[in-house]
Design a protein around this ligand. Structure first.
Ligand SMILES: *Cc1c(COP(=O)(O)O)cnc(C)c1O
Length: 360
């Protein structure tokens, strides 16, 4: 068996311990004679799995009692519609455009009402997070929406926007559980799990109680109302059972590692190794303004498309997978989520040093 260093932005690397445990339980989950994939979601066995998953993520994030946790499907992209359908009561919402995912959410909201782009970093190819301390927040906005970590461009909000009293809603797909998060700062926060938590097909939402009403936009389908999830323990219909089971294992792995404060230290340390190298390299350079750098997704370039392509090919041959940048950006991107070991980053930097020497 050979495992590569997988720098994919998502679906992405998962902890080896989790994969091994799942493999061990594949044919016979804890003596019940079947796989978790094959069992009824209404069984006691499965109820324990989803209950433990919820309890563990609550524990990890310190989620207060007045917030509900939902396990949903449809990817982060379905949330782009669910958010306005559930929350755009005045049919006005403010969006901060820091990349493709924020822009898609903003465009989707326009299907339902007036979505205002109150700030954007499109002028410099989304290489920074705009100043969000004093935004022209709309008087009648139902919420202010952000994408907190921009997977494609490698930027992250290190200070949340001043929403001037409006509800903050955030897509945290690519920084979910990478560090502690103060849930009380958000009215609703969600993420697709395939970036840092588990298999594609699961979206986790954390919603403040007062955001749950029947006063959703007319025509909102049952499966797109948040209340449908909170009132049915995320099991109005068959949930993505196996995906939730793996997420639950990752939550337990995170707890065994020492929790999110420890993950934050580890992630900062890994990111610093890579950024320090980029800042001192004569060939490679990071593409993001320093104060906006993500510790999860690190884009970089050589300045030559040819050398970029050569680097991607040679790194792949050397066992570093998925370093090619997003198709809309080019260059390279190393996604160094929770499950990427420090050694993976050290080895990557050593490889980059060698490449730099050979191509000087
Ligand atoms: C990947 C990603 C998405 C899209 O996720 P899907 O599950 O493919 O819909 C949305 N937002 C962010 C921040 C992402 O990283």
């Amino acid at each position: 068996m050979k495992r590569v260093y997988n720098f994919s932005a998502g679906p992405a690397v998962l902890p080896e311990e989790v994969l091994k445990e799942a493999a061990d339980e594949m044919l016979d989950y804890r003596g019940c004679g079947m796989s978790v994939m094959e069992m009824s979601h209404r069984s006691k066995m499965y109820q324990t799995i989803i209950d433990e998953a919820e309890a563990d993520i609550r524990d990890l994030l310190g989620i207060p009692d007045n917030y509900k946790v939902m396990f949903m499907q449809g990817g982060a992209s379905l949330q782009f519609a669910m958010v306005p359908m559930n929350f755009m009561k005045n049919r006005v919402a403010d969006y901060i455009i820091t990349g493709q995912w924020a822009k898609k959410a903003y465009q989707e909201a326009q299907l339902f009402g007036k979505a205002n782009a109150i700030a954007s970093s499109a002028d410099k190819t989304f290489s920074y997070i705009p100043d969000v301390s004093d935004l022209p927040v709309s008087e009648d906005a139902d919420y202010v929406y952000i994408c907190e970590n921009n997977t494609i461009y490698g930027t992250k909000y290190w200070t949340l926007p001043n929403t001037k009293g409006k509800n903050l809603i955030a897509d945290v797909s690519s920084c979910f559980l990478s560090e502690p998060m103060d849930v009380t700062k958000y009215a609703y926060v969600y993420g697709g799990v395939q970036k840092n938590i588990g298999p594609a097909g699961v979206v986790i939402g954390i919603i403040r109680d007062d955001m749950l009403t029947d006063d959703v936009l007319p025509g909102t389908p049952t499966m797109m109302r948040y209340k449908t999830y909170t009132e049915n323990g995320s099991m109005y219909n068959t949930p993505p059972c196996y995906g939730i089971y793996i997420c639950g294992k990752v939550f337990k792995w995170l707890k065994s590692m020492g929790g999110l404060e420890v993950m934050k230290q580890r992630n900062e340390e890994k990111a610093a190794i890579l950024y320090d190298f980029l800042d001192n390299s004569k060939l490679f350079k990071g593409t993001v303004e320093k104060s906006s750098r993500s510790i999860m997704n690190v884009p970089f370039v050589t300045g030559s498309d040819e050398l970029d392509a050569k680097f991607v090919a040679e790194s792949k041959a050397a066992g570093f997978e998925n370093l090619k940048g997003h198709r809309t950006v080019g260059g390279m991107r190393a996604s160094i989520y929770n499950a990427m070991p420090k050694q993976g980053v050290l080895d990557l930097v050593a490889f980059m040093e060698k490449f730099e020497k050979e191509n000087a």
